[in-house]
Each structure stands twice: as structure tokens, then as C-alpha cells.
Design a protein around this ligand. Structure first.
Ligand code: NAD
Length: 546
């Protein structure tokens, strides 16, 4: 386990202002004398547990999630170990505040609640000197989460305000898998914004210009990737919340060149597939028995469809047969072969079929066993859609994955109500447990944070040179294996979020195993893979400086 601070600990105020080493009122008498802290802190010494209790009491007194988000950010800014203790020990409560749904609101209000920068902002005006700028980062980055802010959750273009997402995602790397916060670097590429509300907002933090497109955009991305690898060799680069017209292209361009992945496409796919595996256990069916109808045909939809197909191919099914089990509905209706100008990622799922204009008609025409909502349009799984699924299936699979909550296709309550409690339900944003006809239902979130932190930890531990779809398939299988019969019995298709540390460590092992098997690991193979993974895990309990 890794802790911070043993080497070259600064003294006095500098130590109190070093968030990676600060312990606040928990510095001991001996440390206060040894490190020049005497008089700089109130006399009573608190334990980290007491500090955590005090912070939580304060947090719970704040009425508004945005205020809670700000309180958590400022704790993060002054005392990282305490911040991560708070997050790790209270994942269920805190994750919705540092990630979806609150982070969506935080991005929209970013300029208005801005207190201190975190991570790095690189703009289109920085062309030609990105390596020089990255050298301003004081630490050695091992993992970068980068966004251009164009498609933040289901909220569209948030420009430079999108920084909330890389910051939040990297917090989850540490909270859920124990990735060392010192190696995490959030980056926002400010390419401009087409969000006129932001451009007119005096507090907006980004450039006052419309988005750059075409070669200038690609050149900036390319310079950033090259510079990041020059300044931080071996860094993992995770693309996050890029609009789909760039996300797929960039993934294709870089996936075989560097250690990179796109969580919106591949991480989403993995967590959704794990949920599907759980649903199959309840139904007693195989993947090949299912027919999936997606509402939405973007990064999430085609990413999930691609991984479902990869899983079927791994089971020996022909790829063309496997693709026939996935159908997409986008804003123009059912994706069918006769439609012209389809984006490349939709083509494998453009099957022979008459044109169908809307989701309900597609549902009636195709009679799927599973519907997966990823169009970021709220309320689209109407009672009629749900009744139809319940008429077609004894146990309909209903995943309402769009975020934030306002964009969810239906709530958990609606899913159970519309299917007489028979839906195998998962959501993108959290829903509370509920009683349905006398049975306690505990719907769980198909949260990407079950997957990407473990994938990142595994890649770091073995020095992965690439991150592949096979690793995401292994991650999905590992996650699904953690779901107990008791979970399934209460409608939970995922394990409790509180188990994420354990789940992530297992996923890290599975990912590293694939890396070694495929010759994609830079480090020599250890005897004990779990021990290797654990040696990279950060421990948020305070170290002793005495
Ligand atoms: P995207 O922009 O790539 O895709 C959105 C798709 O929805 C596009 O194909 C678009 O044509 C389609 N669409 C838009 N309006 C529609 C309509 N009225 N009817 C049918 N289709 C319509 O976005 P994405 O990355 O695929 O994300 C979509 C949603 O899924 C977001 O809300 C995102 O937050 C959510 N998501 C959830 C998870 C999760 O739960 N783990 C993970 C990733 C994304």
C-alpha cells in the first residue's frame, strides 16, 4: 500500500498547504514539533476518524448538492487523504456528489462556483507549446483523463466547464481502485464552445470563441498526445465526454498506437455487459437468446453493442450472426440498411428491415428481450413502452442508462410499475431502494466506476502498453462474478458500490492477466498478480511523519 509524505516533507505552513501531505488537526505532538507546526494549529489533536465525522456532519447539514460538491472540492484541495477517506468509507453517499448526477450541475455552474483550479487547462491558443506547458505540472502523471467538454454527460457542450468530469473521474480512480492521486492528471482541452449561454456568461472560464474543427482540432489533439507521452512516458490517456463525431475517430486513431481508451464507449460497454450477464443468470438464458434494442446510437449504444458481439464471438458465435441480435434506434428512427449517410459505428447494426420511425413501433416490430436507453432524452421509456416489454417477455431487461437523472428513460419505480415488478432494471444515475408490492427492490446503477478504475489500476500495475476490448470483456466477467444470488433476488444486477475497492482489485488482476497473455505488459510477470496490484494501491489513512 502506498501512502504519501515520507520523502522530503515540507515544514510549517508549506506542509499545511500541501494537500497530498496535510493532516490538519491530526498532526501529532511529535510531528508538530518536528515539522515546525507548533502554533499553526489549534491545540487539540483529532484522529482522522474524528475529522471524517466532523466533515460528514458539516456536509449533511448543507441542504443543496452543489454546496456539498463545493465543500468536497475544498476538502480535496486542502487534505487529499481525508477527502479520500470520506469518499472511500461512504461511497454510496459521496459518489453521487462528486460524480453523476451532481457533477453535471457543477459543470453547468463551474464558472460561478470556481474557487481554485485543479488539473491543467490547455487551449487552442497553446498550439506549438503543449509539451512546455505540461512540464508546469509538478508531479509525474501516470494517468490522464482528458475532455474537450463537447458532450458532458447528457448535457451537451459545456466547453472548458467540462473540467468537472476529468476531476471527478480521477477522484473515482482513487476512491474506487486506490489509484495514487499523485499520478492523476485531469486535463481540459479548450477548443472553444458553441454553447451561446456560456459565451454570454461573464463568469465562464473558457475561451470566448466557437469550437475549432477540422485539421486545427486534430492537430491540437495530436500535439497533446505526443507531448503527454514525451513529458510523461508510459502515461495512460483516457478520453472522456468527447462528442461522438470525434470520440470514435480518436479512439480508432490512437488505440493501437498508445495506451488509451474511451470510457464512454468501452467502459460503458463493460459495465452494461456485466449487467446483462447478471440478467441472464436470473433468466437462465444465454447471450445468443437475447435481442437488444437500443434507444440511442452513439458512443454508449454502439460501444455496448460491440462488446456484446465480442462476448458472443468469444463464445464461438459468428460475428454476423452476433450483430443481428443488436438493433439501434437513433433520432431518425430504426437504423436500417437502406438508410443513407449512416455513421461508420452504426453500420454493423444497420440490418435489412423496413424503415420504422419511432421507438415504440420498433419495439413492436422487433420484439426485443432487452431495451437499453442511451439517447439522453428523459422519459422515453413510457408506460406504453414498458407495458409492451412486459407483454413480450416474462423478465424484460430494461436499462435506463442516460444521465443525469433528468435524462433517464424511466425511473426504477416506473420500470417496476410498468412491468408488474418483472423488469430486470439498471440505471445510469442512482435510484433509491423501494418497496414494490411488498417486495424490497434494490435497483443498482450501471456505474462506469465499477469498471474503469480497476482497468486503470491493472494497466498501471503491469505497465500495459495497450488497453484492449478483451480487457473490457474480462472486466465485465469479473464484475458480474461478484454479484451474489442475494443481490439478484432483490433486483440488483451489480454488487454494492461499497464493494468497489475489492471489485476493482479483481478487475485489475483480470486486466493484467490479459495484458501478460497478449504480450502487452511492460513489466515482468509477477508470481502473485494480486500482490502486484495491491502494491500499487494508495492508502488514504495518514502516514506518520515522526
Ligand atoms: P452520444 O451523443 O454519443 O449518443 C446519443 C445518441 O442518442 C445519438 O445516437 C443520437 O442520435 C441519439 N438520440 C438523440 N435523440 C434521440 C431521440 N429523440 N431518439 C432516439 N435517439 C436519439 O452520447 P452517449 O455517449 O452515447 O451517451 C448517451 C447517454 O448515455 C448520456 O445520457 C450518457 O450520460 C449516458 N451514459 C450512461 C452510462 C452509464 O450509465 N454507465 C455510460 C455512458 C453514457
Amino acid at each position: 500500500m502506498k501512502k504519501h509524505g515520507h520523502d522530503s516533507v515540507p515544514h510549517g505552513v508549506r506542509l499545511l498547504h500541501d494537500p497530498l501531505r496535510n493532516k490538519g488537526t491530526a498532526f501529532t505532538e511529535v510531528e508538530r514539533d518536528a515539522l515546525g507546526l507548533r502554533g499553526l494549529l489549534p491545540p487539540h489533536i483529532h484522529t482522522q476518524d474524528e475529522q471524517m465525522a466532523r466533515f460528514l456532519a458539516h456536509l449533511r447539514n448543507l441542504a443543496d448538492p452543489l454546496e456539498q460538491f463545493v465543500a468536497l472540492c475544498s476538502l480535496h484541495d486542502r487534505n487529499e487523504a481525508l477527502f479520500f477517506r470520506v469518499v472511500c468509507d461512504n461511497v454510496d453517499e459521496i459518489m453521487p456528489l462528486i460524480y453523476t448526477p451532481t457533477v453535471g450541475l457543477a459543470c453547468q455552474r463551474f464558472g460561478h462556483i470556481f474557487q481554485r483550479p485543479r488539473g491543467m487547462f490547455i487551449s487552442i491558443n497553446d498550439r506549438g507549446r503543449i509539451a512546455e506547458i505540461l512540464r508546469n505540472w509538478p508531479l509525474k502523471a501516470g494517468i490522464i483523463v482528458v475532455t474537450d467538454g463537447e458532450r458532458i454527460l447528457g448535457l451537451g457542450d459545456q466547453g472548458a466547464n467540462g473540467m468537472g468530469i476529468p476531476v471527478g473521474k480521477l477522484s473515482l480512480y482513487t476512491a474506487c481502485a486506490g489509484v495514487d492521486p499523485a499520478i492523476c492528471l485531469p486535463v481540459t482541452l479548450d477548443m472553444g464552445t458553441n454553447n451561446e449561454t456560456l459565451l454570454a456568461d461573464p463568469y465562464y472560464v473558457g475561451l470566448r470563441r466557437h469550437r475549432v474543427t477540422g485539421p486545427a482540432y486534430d492537430e491540437l489533439i495530436d500535439e497533446f498526445i505526443t507531448a503527454a507521452r514525451e513529458v510523461f512516458p508510459d502515461v495512460i490517456i483516457q478520453f472522456e465526454d468527447f462528442a461522438n463525431h470525434n470520440a470514435f475517430r480518436l479512439l480508432e486513431r490512437y488505440r493501437n498506437q498508445i495506451c488509451t481508451f474511451n470510457d464512454d464507449i468501452q467502459g460503458t460497454a463493460s459495465v452494461a455487459l456485466a449487467g446483462v450477464f447478471s440478467a441472464l443468470r436470473v433468466k437462465g438464458t444465454q447471450l445468443a437468446d437475447e435481442k437488444f434494442l437500443f434507444l440511442g446510437a452513439g458512443e454508449a449504444a454502439t460501444g455496448i453493442a460491440d462488446l456484446i458481439v465480442a462476448a458472443m464471438v468469444a463464445q464461438g458465435i459468428d460475428v454476423n450472426v452476433a450483430r443481428q441480435s443488436c438493433w439501434l434506434v437513433d433520432s431518425k428512427g430504426l437504423v436500417v440498411k437502406s438508410r443513407e449517410g449512416l455513421a461508420a459505428q452504426k453500420l454493423p447494426y444497420a440490418h435489412e428491415h423496413a424503415q420504422v420511425g419511432d421507438f415504440l413501433s420498433a419495439l413492436n416490430a422487433l420484439k426485443p428481450t432487452a431495451i437499453i436507453g442511451v439517447a439522453a432524452v428523459g422519459g422515453t421509456f413510457t408506460p406504453e413502452v414498458l407495458h409492451t416489454m412486459a407483454d413480450l417477455n416474462e423478465r424484460p431487461i430494461v436499462f435506463a442508462l442516460s444521465n443525469p437523472t433528468s435524462k433517464a428513460e424511466c425511473t426504477a419505480q416506473e420500470a417496476y410499475q410498468g412491468t408488474d415488478g418483472r423488469a430486470l432494471f439498471a440505471s445510469g444515475s442512482p435510484f433509491l431502494p423501494l418497496d414494490f408490492k411488498g417486495k424490497r427492490m434494490v435497483p443498482r446503477q450501471g456505474n462506469n466506476s465499477y469498471i474503469f478504475p480497476g482497468v486503470g489500476l491493472g494497466a498501471i500495475a503491469c505497465g500495459a502498453t495497450r488497453i484492449t476490448d478483451e480487457m473490457f470483456l474480462a472486466a465485465a466477467q469479473t464484475l458480474a462474478a461478484q454479484v451474489t444470488p442475494a443481490d439478484l433476488d432483490q433486483g440488483s444486477l451489480f454488487p454494492p458500490l461499497a464493494n468497489t475497492r475489492d471489485v476493482s482489485a479483481r478487475i485489475a488482476v483480470a486486466v493484467a492477466e490479459v495484458a501478460y497473455e497478449r504480450g502487452l505488459a511492460a513489466r515482468s510477470r509477477p508470481e502473485d498478480m494480486m500482490a502486484l496490484v495491491q502494491s500499487h494501491v494508495y492508502d488514504p489513512h495518514y502516514p506518520s511523519y515522526a
